[in-house]
Design a protein around this ligand. Structure first.
Ligand code: ADP
Ligand code: MG
Length: 601
């Protein structure tokens, strides 16, 4: 007989700890919530100190408005918020927080201490909470602003503690979080350090581009193109990198904020992928920093307690707006598209990412120069949209076309029978055999052939010294990973050494990369190392990134001779039908089908 079940109301502390799991998943979520509180308090400088990747200690200090003693007492109580007081206000919430959950949640699963002052003479309050116990309040001096210290996160919830990844991984995630928040608020100074070591130091920037240069380095920042776009309910501003600059981890280089809030949105990410499709290999992500403004009634930020997931009333339109905005920014247009009317299509929004409408009530046309607002009136919304669509279509390159039929996976031409016809669109090699036409992706086929050579050789890699050492600027999280991985990369032929806090100097590289993008290959190899444990899988990933960089790219014009030897290398490799990243390599169209299409039955 089954045991009789008993329903009981959870002890409030237990309920709080359970709920905490939704807001506080890992050290990085604590950092995010605390920084967002500092931003809501209009801080101009935010300092974060961590120990052991945030697992043993996190400190966030700001110079914001601070709190009175009474507010400090209330701040750690559940549903205590100064930011909204009715459900209707939720619709137009302009602060990052509003649920009044973060501080009590964090305090229930850590040793928590908050010290704050609103700057009035003699003020200063300290609130201590030990694992969700009752708060101890005392007087303590503090300059105007707030300091929160969170120690021993999850010490009283062992199951959660067990879910933490390694210290390096938690640290890298925190670096990503600080980076994203710093990108969505360029005018605020940020600093992240650990045991005296500075991970990030970002003085207040004058605009988004300056902030991006602080983070990605001046060289990479040159590849950013300004995004300025408006369509229907969406207004999008920011920067998008040209497809030549990519990273392997979307989470550390693509920032999207919606109405001032940094968000994670699968839907908008897909919009970015749409924009870069056909110009960037799968699994590669150009850095992007976009601010999307939309009527707050058309977006729900209260989908998840961490307030990072957003839902739009028109998901599809949101994705398309992001895709068009980025596409327009990165496209190279030799001539102005003929379909475009003479007047400017896109009123430029004179507004940096940070000055979002966060605290300035609903996004208004206030910041658009009056004259352009006039112009918009004389162009009905629908015309504008249609014209933009046509303009972007007219400017789209040939690589956008889709193959006419699904690829037949696994099927390959035989080396003895094929003849190279030529190259299509500088991307595809066309082959014929007695019964068909083959279309081969030149990059993927070449990559396959190179990888085969790399994995097949047991000896040491062939290495070439660089005549002029190359200095590779890394993003903060890459630099963090690099420090511990350079020795391992030497096994693959990369001779590199730390060069300042944020770069490495490469003195030699694997010979197959001669004349190629060595900086890109190195940073990808670093990324490949960071994600996996040592062993075969890791080796395969490193070799795959090297093969990818050594291979010809889409857009490279090849001579007949080059195509012939590429095809031969590919078809004689051990696994010609498998792409290292699981993509299709080629497809065939039978001559019979061609005849049918031409009505020759
Ligand atoms: P929420 O941000 O959703 O309101 P929190 O639990 O994060 O809830 O914070 C509770 C309240 O404490 C906030 O509404 C705010 O009034 C106050 N507060 C928290 N952090 C700070 C800070 N760094 N500076 C000033 N006030 C703060
Ligand atoms: Mg908050």
């Amino acid at each position: 007989m089954a045991a009789r079940k008993t329903i009981r109301i959870l002890d409030p502390l237990v309920a709080q700890q359970v709920a905490a799991g939704e807001v506080v998943e890992r050290p990085a979520s604590v950092v995010k919530e605390l920084i967002e509180n500092s931003l809501d308090a209009h801080a101009s400088r935010i300092e974060v100190e961590i120990e052991d990747g945030g697992t043993s200690r996190i400190l966030v200090r700001d110079d914001g408005e601070g709190m009175s003693e009474e507010d400090a007492r209330l701040s750690v109580l559940r549903h205590a918020t100064s930011k909204i007081s009715s459900v209707s206000e939720l619709e137009a919430v302009s602060t990052l927080g509003f649920r009044g959950e973060a501080l009590p949640s964090i305090a229930s699963v850590s040793s928590f201490e908050l010290t704050t002052s609103d700057g009035s003479p003699g003020s200063g309050t300290r609130v201590r909470v030990e694992g969700g116990s009752e708060a101890e309040v005392s007087a303590a001096p503090h300059p105007r602003g707030t300091t929160v210290i969170v120690e021993r996160l999850f010490y009283n919830v062992p199951a959660r503690r067990a879910f933490l990844r390694g210290i390096r991984s938690e640290r890298a995630t925190i670096m990503d979080v600080v980076t994203h928040l710093a990108i969505s608020h360029p005018q605020v100074a940020f600093r992240l350090s650990e045991g005296g070591r500075e991970h990030l130091s970002l003085p207040a920037a004058k605009d988004l581009l300056e902030r991006l240069a602080q983070i990605h380095g001046v060289a990479r920042a040159r590849a950013f193109r300004e995004v300025s776009y408006e369509s229907g309910a969406f207004r999008i501003a920011g920067y998008a990198a040209l497809p030549s600059v990519t990273q392997s981890n979307r989470n550390s280089c693509q920032t999207i904020s919606v109405n001032g809030r940094w968000v994670r949105s699968e839907n908008l990410n897909r919009g970015l992928d749409d924009a870069y499709r056909a110009t960037v290999p799968a699994g590669r992500y150009p850095p992007v920093a976009l601010h999307v403004e939309v009527d707050p009634r058309r977006v729900d930020v209260n989908v998840h307690p961490a307030k990072q997931v957003v839902r739009f009333s028109e998901e599809r339109a949101a994705r398309e707006a992001v895709a068009s905005a980025v596409r327009l920014a990165i496209e190279w247009r030799p001539h102005p598209p003929t379909a475009a009317p003479e007047r400017p299509l896109r009123p430029t929004v004179q507004q940096p990412l940070a000055s979002a409408p966060r605290r300035e009530a609903p996004p208004s046309t206030r910041q658009i120069p009056l004259q352009i607002a006039e112009e918009r009136r004389s162009y009905p919304e629908v015309d504008l949209k249609e014209a933009q669509r046509r303009a972007s279509e007219a400017a789209r390159g040939p690589e956008e076309f889709a193959p006419p039929e699904a690829p037949e996976r696994g099927a390959l031409p035989s080396l003895e029978e094929v003849r190279v016809i030529g190259q299509l669109a500088a991307c595809y090699i066309l082959l014929e055999d007695p019964s068909s036409l083959w279309v081969v992706d030149q990059h993927v086929a070449h990559e396959r052939a190179i990888l085969d050579r790399l994995t097949g050789s047991d000896g040491p890699p062939q290495v070439q010294d660089l005549l002029v050492p190359e200095v590779v600027e890394l993003s903060p999280s890459e630099a963090e990973r690099a420090a511990e991985s350079l020795e391992e990369l030497a096994l693959y032929g990369f001779g590199a050494e730390p060069f300042g806090p944020r770069s490495v100097r490469v003195t030699s590289a694997p010979s197959i990369l001669a004349g190629k993008d060595i900086a890109g290959a190195l940073s990808d190899a670093l990324a490949a190392i960071s994600g996996t444990e040592p062993g075969h899988r890791r080796e395969d990933r490193i070799l795959a990134t090297m093969a990818c960089h050594a291979a010809v790219r889409l857009g490279d014009r090849l001579s007949q001779r080059e195509m012939e030897s590429l095809i031969e290398d590919w078809l004689t490799s051990r696994l010609p039908a498998t792409c290292p990243h699981g993509r299709s390599i080629c497809f065939r169209i039978g001559t019979r089908e061609i005849a049918r299409k031409l009505d020759r039955h």
